[in-house]
Design a protein around this ligand. Structure first.
Ligand code: GLC
Length: 751
């Protein structure tokens, strides 16, 4: 076996390394080229200086998109010195190639850069926001949408997306609830896996796959009062039963990277939290990718009051197991000094550098650092018609029909329509927040444009009515006139896209501005005409007033680049709405937090008995939400019948199968999301009143019936009881339903 057996000159080793790392063809050499990635990393690291290893742990922003406070704009000098391992917010073939060329040709070892970007729900072709995608409950479609996002992003030189965001969100005040999959652990975990598979594909060495990043680890969605970046405090039972599982699901799906959360968790900021990053992520879960901080999060340990200065913060983060520093400029400034002072063990830097280099090898960047830089592909891939068509379908599938009285919907294209509202012709907000390089001027299809695919524009009268925000009602008159002269009224209202997303929490979750007054004015003007409310918003809203003023409500979230077409497909019945809420809509903010699987308490209110003394209820509103988790109507009706179990008991090594027959008893073919819920009646800690444990999306033609089955094992019933993950014998209630709004009728016993 030929080995490096005698002290070769450094130039020969470099030459050897250069060929082993950078040539696109197998180089013939007398010395066996390291084959496995680990061996290659070993040989490369054996040549690297401490400063160069630290360089791999540094990420700067190219400043093409500002996603946080820019404290030190990117400096090409650092790249040339080998002080940079990754860049974010640079997204074009030319932009990435120029910087990559600098790293390859002007540094001592020619180590390629990673390019990362927030490709959250699309890159150029923007899909519905993630809370909307979650409402589709369609894992295949979610995977397909993120695959398309990866196709477009990789075509412009991006290797890495800072997605999926898998934070459980149960507080509608929190603006980032828009980026996740809502309130439920099971749904959130299944969707998390779909995103990772879509982004990473089945082979990271392919030039159209990108590495994913599970964020923000952990507990970010539990920020006190829904205020972004705010304090998070929770028991280990809630952490392990609610907030950790979706992240574990991404590890099981092979996610390559993790990102730290900004928040503290029980007094320890995530970016300095050894428990979550070393004990849980590495030791318990065996995660072997790398961890990047969120934007400037190392430096933020100082204002957190967890580090006395940024140098100490740097030590804390490295000790906690954080591998890469996004935009704090802390690792570059302090790590070498900390090592030389004996404050940081150089082994930690070696570990971090190794993980990052391994990822670069997996992506094939050493073999061909320009494999993602192909102008021809950039031209061919972006906005492919099939991508825009897929986004249209996702928009339709993500829409949730909250209300539809007296068949207000679907619309008849022979009728005249008054199209009213600040979002009716909108092309800017429709693609929502975190819309990457999506176009907010021309490319998006507005609701108005979508409707014109179904109705001749002579039948559509548009009136803006009012702005999203502000006190001006001077547009009401024209809107009222339009309503009086039309058969049907379609109002497209909601939030501005930057009223949700990062640093966008609201203390008021009602429609902003004079929009609700506009509905009141229209209702007063045409008391007997059907009014349909189409909503674009990034969070659950308090719709208590609107639900009483309108005949139909369609929740479309922010439906994306093809959103107007997808919404029109639903409004006119080409697509029978099948969306189900992934998050509870409260009657009022005063109920928050409110979600379907809360605890029963010792003084529960029986569902049908809202008023009793000394019960856990409010004086002024019922305990029930306005629209519950899993709620969503169809233009048809689905009847559930013939529930049965394969047995009434479940042994620890058995599988129990639950069956139900679903029949489409209405006039439209359509999809129904069939949901399986259980309730562990007694536990060594109290258990939620319901837990989603399965769902299946079935298509039924009108009149058709289908028997749906779900298998359950003890693995599905495990929970953390503040000591261990366990499952305990006893009675479980079980149900197969079309939403979380039901009472259990069936029981099985775990023996
Ligand atoms: C932001 C966000 C994070 C994003 C990162 C890079 O602050 O918290 O989700 O991925 O910075 O843009």
């Amino acid at each position: 076996m030929n080995r490096l057996t005698k002290p070769y000159s450094i130039s020969f080793i470099l030459l050897l390394l250069f060929f082993s790392c950078n040539t696109t063809k197998k180089s013939e050499s007398k010395v066996e080229i390291a084959t496995s990635f680990d061996a290659k990393v070993d040989s490369l690291m054996s040549l690297m200086t401490l400063q160069e290893k630290i360089g791999q742990t540094v990420m700067y922003s190219g400043g093409w998109t500002v996603t946080g406070p820019v404290i030190s704009s990117h400096n090409k000098k650092y790249i040339k010195e080998g002080n940079v391992g990754a860049m974010l917010n640079v997204y074009s073939v030319k932009g990435t190639r120029d910087l990559q060329k600098m790293a390859i040709e002007e540094t001592r070892l020619g180590i390629p850069l990673l390019f990362g970007y927030d490709v959250i729900h699309g890159f150029k072709t923007i899909f519905p926001i993630n809370l909307g995608l979650a409402a589709s409950w369609d894992l295949e479609d979610i995977e397909k949408g993120s695959r398309i996002a990866a196709e477009e992003a990789s075509a412009v030189g991006i290797h890495w997306t800072f997605a999926p965001m898998v934070d459980i969100g149960r507080d509608p005040r929190w603006g980032r609830i828009s980026e996740g999959a809502g309130e439920d652990v099971y749904l959130g975990s299944e969707i998390a896996k779909a995103y990772v598979k879509g982004f990473q594909g089945d082979d990271l060495s392919k030039h159209n796959t990108i590495i994913a990043c599970a964020k923000h680890f952990v507990g970010y969605g539990a920020a006190q009062a829904g205020r972004d970046y705010h304090t998070v405090n929770m028991g280990e039972d809630e952490l392990r039963n609610v907030y950790l599982p979706p992240f574990k699901a991404t590890v099981d799906a092979g996610v390559e990277t993790f990102m730290t959360a900004f928040n503290e968790l029980n007094g320890v900021p995530a970016t300095g939290n050894r428990f979550i990053f070393r004990d849980v992520l590495r030791d318990e879960w065996g995660f072997n990718g790398f961890v990047v901080t969120d934007y400037t999060a190392i430096n933020e340990l100082v204002p957190h009051g967890f580090a006395k200065n940024e140098k100490e913060a740097t030590k804390i983060a490295m000790d906690a197991g954080i591998d890469m520093d996004m935009m704090s400029d802390a690792n570059r400034l302090y790590l070498e000094e900390l090592v030389n002072e004996g404050q940081v063990d150089v082994a930690l830097i070696n570990d971090a550098c190794r993980r990052i280099l391994l990822t670069k090898y997996k992506l094939g960047l050493f073999e061909d650092p320009y494999r993602y830089c192909n102008e021809q592909r950039e031209k061919e891939v972006i906005y492919k018609p099939e991508f825009l068509e897929a986004a249209r379908k996702s928009a339709a599938m993500s829409s949730v029909l909250l209300k539809n009285e007296d068949k207000a919907l679907p619309l008849d294209n022979n009728q005249t329509i008054a199209l009213i509202g600040p979002l009716a012709k909108d092309k800017e907000n429709i693609i929502g927040n975190w819309a990457a390089a999506g176009d907010r001027k021309d490319k998006a299809i507005s609701v108005y444009q979508g409707i014109k695919e179904y109705v001749n524009e002579t039948k559509i009268t548009y009136a803006k009515g009012c702005e999203i925000e502000g006190d001006d009602d001077s547009g009401f008159r024209a809107a009222i006139k339009a309503a009086k002269n039309a058969d049907k009224i379609l109002m497209v209202l909601g939030e501005d896209y930057d009223m949700s997303g990062e640093a966008a929490s609201r203390t008021n979750i009602k429609l902003p501005g004079r929009q609700t007054d506009l509905i009141k004015a229209i209702r007063q003007a045409v008391p007997n005409k059907k009014i349909t409310l189409v909503l674009m918003n990034g969070r659950p809203l308090d719709l208590s007033e609107e639900v009483a003023l309108t005949d139909a409500i369609l929740e479309t979230w922010y439906p994306g680049t093809s959103g107007g077409l997808g919404i029109a497909d639903v409004l006119f019945g080409s697509y029978n709405p099948s969306g189900k809420l992934p998050v509870t809509f409260p009657r009022t903010l005063g109920q928050v937090p409110i979600y379907y699987n809360m605890k029963n308490t010792g003084r529960p209110i029986p569902p049908n008995n809202p008023k009793e003394d000394y019960k856990s209820n409010y004086l002024d509103v019922p305990n029930t939400p306005l629209f519950p988790f899993g709620h969503g109507l169809s233009y048809t009706n689905f009847e559930y019948s013939d529930f049965k179990l394969s047995a009434n008991t479940l042994g620890f090594s058995d599988t129990l199968t639950a069956y139900a027959t679903i029949t489409n008893t209405g006039d439209y073919d359509g999809y129904e999301v069939v949901q399986l819920y259980v309730h562990d009646k007694v536990g060594s800690i109290t258990r939620p009143v319901k837990e989603l444990k399965g769902f299946k999306k079935v298509f039924l033609k009108k009149g058709e019936s289908h028997t749906v089955s779900f298998d359950l094992t003890v693995e599905d019933l495990k929970f953390y009881n503040n000591e261990i993950f366990t499952v305990e014998p006893g009675e479980f209630e079980i149900a197969i339903e079309g939403s979380s709004d039901f009472d259990f009728e069936h029981i099985f016993t775990l023996e």
